[in-house]
Design a protein around this ligand. Structure first.
Ligand SMILES: [Zn+2]
Ligand SMILES: [Zn+2]
Length: 342
């Protein structure tokens, strides 16, 4: 095996570079060396590389946490995993010791390691993983579909926490990749009407063609209340999903009585003037959702059943050298999902 590999690192202050790095060494008995087959850019990678920086990452770290890979080396084979297996990686590395880990709430771990943020990630030719973070994914799921597993596992965690019922109306804020995954999953699961709100023209055009939503609204010019009325005959929606991290106030206004609001998007700079009375008076349920919790196995089954048509969401295919440009295309709103094949 080669000693060095190409990897895309975050240098700090918005600088992203493709450089040479040593192939990572396996340190523990449960370690597995993976060859990265495909990796994709997430919204959090945009946050890390924006100026000012909106999402934490250690300068010098190899970026990337969404991937499909193949095991090429293991310290010890075991009954579950062997060299040659095709796998997905859960990018949260829980400490195993804190009070949350001890009761299985591993996505709430107090000392969680985040792949591609504070430990080296998957925008590289190779990545050293712990076996406990791996999930098998069969060859029947094409690379361009399998690459959606991690974001879909996060979306499914939100879905699970919502307790969604078929027949409900759903309003989604934000038509980025996460908004589109919610729209497709809601529609496939029997939502009566799925409405997507967005303000960026390129994302609106894309959502109208590929989201499967019943109504895609340009809320820079359209009033969400009228949009909901036009689509459902009521002025409010049963379920509101905010993928932007900054629409809580609007979500409260547009939720039906006894409705549920899922706050999914991450924006630690957003703060809002919320009138608590509205939540009480309408008996709303406000639900947060963070990362993944026990949803990878269901996502893998869903992907292999091929009920969601995800391939159109993959708009940009790049090499590691081209990846910094791919991240910029995503920032400009030109790309939906950018995938690198190292
Ligand atoms: Zn992600
Ligand atoms: Zn922990």
């Amino acid at each position: 095996m080669a000693e060095n590999m190409r990897a895309v690192i975050f240098e700090g202050d918005g600088v992203v570079k493709c450089v040479e790095r040593p192939v990572p060494a396996l340190k523990s008995k449960d370690g597995a060396l993976l060859r990265i087959l495909a990796a994709s850019v997430c919204g959090s990678d945009l946050g890390i590389t924006s100026i000012p920086q909106k999402h934490f990452a250690t300068p010098g770290v190899i970026l990337g946490h969404e991937c499909v890979a193949q095991i090429v080396d293991m310290m010890e084979e075991n009954p579950e995993f062997k060299v040659g297996d095709r796998v997905l990686v859960n990018p949260m590395i829980p400490c195993g010791d804190c009070a949350y880990c001890k009761v299985g709430q591993v996505n709430m771990c107090e000392r969680v390691g985040a792949v591609g943020e504070d430990c080296d990630g998957v925008f590289a030719e190779y990545y050293a993983a712990g076996r406990s973070s791996l999930y098998h994914i069969g060859d029947d799921v094409g690379l361009d579909t399998a690459i959606f597993a991690e974001p879909l596992a996060c979306v499914m965690n939100g879905f699970k926490r919502l307790g969604f019922m078929p027949g409900q109306n759903v309003l989604i804020y934000g038509a980025g990749p996460i908004g589109l995954l919610f729209a497709k999953l809601m529609k496939t699961s029997g939502a009566s009407c799925v409405m997507l709100c967005e303000t960026r023209p390129a994302r609106l055009d894309f959502a109208r063609e590929f989201s499967g939503a019943d109504r895609v609204a340009d809320t820079s010019s359209e009033d969400a209340r009228q949009v909901i009325f036009g689509a459902t005959g009521r002025y409010c929606a049963d379920i509101i999903v905010d993928t932007t991290g900054s629409m809580f106030e609007a979500a409260i206004a547009h939720a039906a009585a006894e409705g549920k609001i899922l706050l999914f998007g991450i924006n630690d700079k957003a703060s809002q003037n919320v009138r608590q009375y509205d939540i009480t008076r309408k008996e709303l349920q406000v639900i947060g959702s963070y990362a993944t919790h026990l949803t990878f196995p269901n996502v893998i089954k869903l992907l292999s059943n091929n009920v969601l048509d995800l391939k159109p969401l993959l708009t940009h295919r790049v090499t590691l050298e081209e990846l910094p440009d791919g991240i910029e295309a995503l920032r400009r709103g030109e790309a939906m999902k950018v995938v690198v094949y190292p």
